[in-house]
Design a protein around this ligand. Structure first.
Ligand code: C2E
Ligand code: CA
Ligand code: CA
Ligand code: CA
Length: 275
């Protein structure tokens, strides 16, 4: 197979090159996808494990490609990051999600995932605040989920971004906790309201006595520091009871609901409030 001058090689690896071609296609089409209305935001509830009530919806982006079908964010977010499209995409996601969230009761918050590259772009904090203002969503109802990779090159831009948004009332959650570079230093230095314990501690081949003890320790720390601990990836009732017993106050996962379109999120809230 021939894929054009630059990629021709005697050691041509068809699988590798298919990935490259797909990436290039995705990059190209991602820029057009927003305009073509192929992207949409889905919402997954984060539930109070005590009362069973929805406290937050996490915005998760979906791309319904006319030929390729549904693309998962794990496939195109990395491409968006490498190509810089993430800045435009990220602001669009925040704006869209905020537009849905204004229709929810005031005590239900909106969680949005932030890529490290988005934060480092100039005017990043203003971009988010103006998206909120346009949608009419109070900044205190937004919670930004960031991962530990954000703090790898701990620079002034990150600290400035977090400071600017915190003082406007926006909250922060530390996502995928336990998978990366877990340093307690970040928790000490930055004002996280929540820690989201990664799904790998809840389900999967390595889950057992050890992972339970880790969740318990994180939950204890959370209680001491006035942070809520969210258990991610809850799929079974046994997992829900286990993380509850370990001290997690919030849970998220298919056991409660998958991510759903905005109109279904509104239905879930209405049903809950009718009872
Ligand atoms: P994440 O932030 O850790 O989001 C949770 C992922 O776990 C979501 O996958 C969600 O659908 C999935 N999930 C939720 N409950 C369960 C469960 O019970 N079992 C299993 N197996 N999975 C569950 P999704 O939507 O495919 O997103 C994957 C990742 O892509 C996200 O991980 C996040 O890092 C990134 N992402 C998604 N949307 C956005 C976005 O709008 N902006 C940015 N920057 N990243 C996003
Ligand atoms: Ca997240
Ligand atoms: Ca996560
Ligand atoms: Ca993730």
């Amino acid at each position: 197979a021939k894929v054009g001058g630059k990629n021709r090689s005697r050691f041509y690896d068809p699988a590798m090159s298919r990935t490259l071609i797909r990436r290039r296609e995705i990059e190209h089409e991602l820029r057009a996808a927003i305009q073509r209305d192929e992207l949409s935001i889905f919402f997954q509830p984060i539930v109070d494990l005590e009362s069973g009530r929805i406290r937050t919806f996490e915005a998760l982006v979906r791309w319904f490609h006319p030929e390729k079908g549904e693309l998962t964010p794990d496939e195109f977010i990395p491409v968006a990051e490498e190509t810089g499209v993430i800045v435009t995409l990220g602001n669009w996601i925040t704006a869209q999600a905020a537009r849905a969230a204004v229709h929810w009761p005031d005590d239900v918050s909106l969680a949005v995932n932030l890529s490290p590259l988005q934060i480092k772009a100039p005017g990043a904090a203003l971009g988010i605040l103006s998206a909120l203002r346009e949608a009419g969503l109070d900044p205190s109802r937004l919670e930004l989920e960031v991962t530990e990779s954000l703090f790898l090159d701990d620079n002034h831009a990150t600290a400035g971004f977090i400071e600017a948004l915190s003082s406007a009332g926006v909250h922060f959650a530390l996502d995928d906790f336990g998978t990366g570079y877990s340093s307690l230093g970040y928790i000490d230095r930055f004002p996280f309201r929540k820690i989201k314990v990664d799904r790998s501690f809840v389900s999967g081949p390595n889950v057992g006595r050890k992972s339970e003890a880790i969740i318990r320790a994180v939950a204890e720390m959370g209680a001491q520091l006035d942070m809520e601990i969210v258990a991610e990836g809850l799929e079974t009732v046994d997992q829900v009871s286990a993380v509850r017993a370990a001290g997690c106050t919030l849970g998220q996962g298919y056991y409660f609901s998958r991510a759903v379109p905005d109109y279904l999120a509104a239905v879930l809230l209405a049903q809950e409030r009718a009872t």
